[in-house]
Design a protein around this ligand. Structure first.
Ligand SMILES: C[S@@+](CC[C@H](N)C(=O)[O-])C[C@H]1O[C@@H](n2cnc3c(N)ncnc32)[C@H](O)[C@@H]1O
Length: 253
């Protein structure tokens, strides 16, 4: 069947060539951040390597084995898991490599996901005790005000267009309860020192919003103005460069 399609496409392309038009199979658009990485190929590749999907992304796709566990360890050292976390929201969980590790450290009552990639969202719902919320890409409309103990997003705001980040930060402020946590990473000026700019320029990435940069002062001023206190920050790998992890705690009234 596929060879018949190829023959058909080749005949049509020969007739369209004089007017400069070519029909091609639609591939995965890597620059579309809402679409994430190709689902079936990634699952198959992880299986072939005999790795969990999370370990495959850490080690093979990003070349940094154990990196998602190290981020969870950083969150732990910043105090995020000291009080029992029951109601968690994650934006853009992707393969679930942070989700699987977070669940183990919580007294889970409800884990909500906002995820734009349909195949990955369906996969996570089938694998973990999580609730997928309707995702418009900007809001957490299905999450009640002041209800979440933790809202986190990993390699999301360092990837998506600025206005997605801007809208989700306002939503974080709305849904996190007093004493709750906002945890996320963003590429700040701390990630652009020395030859970091040269490394990104040579990365071969030429379109799309990745990597997305926000000044550190903007991050801190925004959350401070909304009654959050910085619990800690750390530089993490985000090949071919780095990103900065922030943990903010909403002040208790
Ligand atoms: C770079 S990936 C990171 C995935 C995962 N957190 C990780 O680090 O492995 C960004 C994730 O955010 C999702 N995403 C992109 N735009 C989004 C949006 N506007 N709202 C919710 N999720 C989004 C993508 O589908 C993808 O799962």
């Amino acid at each position: 069947m596929s060879s018949l399609l190829q023959i058909g496409r080749s005949i049509v392309n020969k007739s369209l060539a004089p007017i400069g038009i070519e029909i091609r199979r639609k591939g995965h658009d890597w620059s579309d951040t809402a679409n994430f990485i190709p689902f079936e190929q990634t699952i198959a590749a992880a299986r072939a390597e005999k790795l969990s999907v999370g370990d495959y992304v850490d080690a093979q796709m990003n070349g940094v084995p154990g990196s998602s566990q190290r981020t969870i360890d950083q969150m732990q050292s910043m105090g995020v898991f000291v009080d029992p976390l029951k109601r968690i929201v994650e934006i853009g969980p992707g393969t679930g490599r942070y989700l699987e590790k977070t669940i183990k450290l919580c007294c889970l009552e409800n884990y909500e996901l906002y995820e734009t990639s349909g195949p990955w969202a369906d996969y996570l719902v089938s694998e973990y005790p999580v609730n997928l919320q309707p995702t418009d890409g900007y809001s957490m409309a299905s999450t009640a005000d002041q209800s979440a103990d933790l809202v986190h997003a990993h390699k999301v705001f360092s990837t998506v267009p600025f206005l997605v980040t801007c809208c989700y930060w306002h939503e974080m402020v709305r849904v996190i309860r007093s004493g709750g946590w906002a945890v996320f990473d963003i590429m700040t000026e701390n990630c652009l020192r020395d030859d970091a700019m040269g490394i990104w320029a040579k990365s071969g990435i030429r379109n799309g919003s990745f990597p997305s940069v926000v000044p550190r002062s903007v991050v801190i001023e925004f959350f401070t103005r909304h009654q959050f206190t910085l619990g800690g920050s750390a530089i993490l790998p985000m090949p071919p460069g780095t990103t900065e992890l922030f943990a903010f705690r909403k002040q208790r009234h």
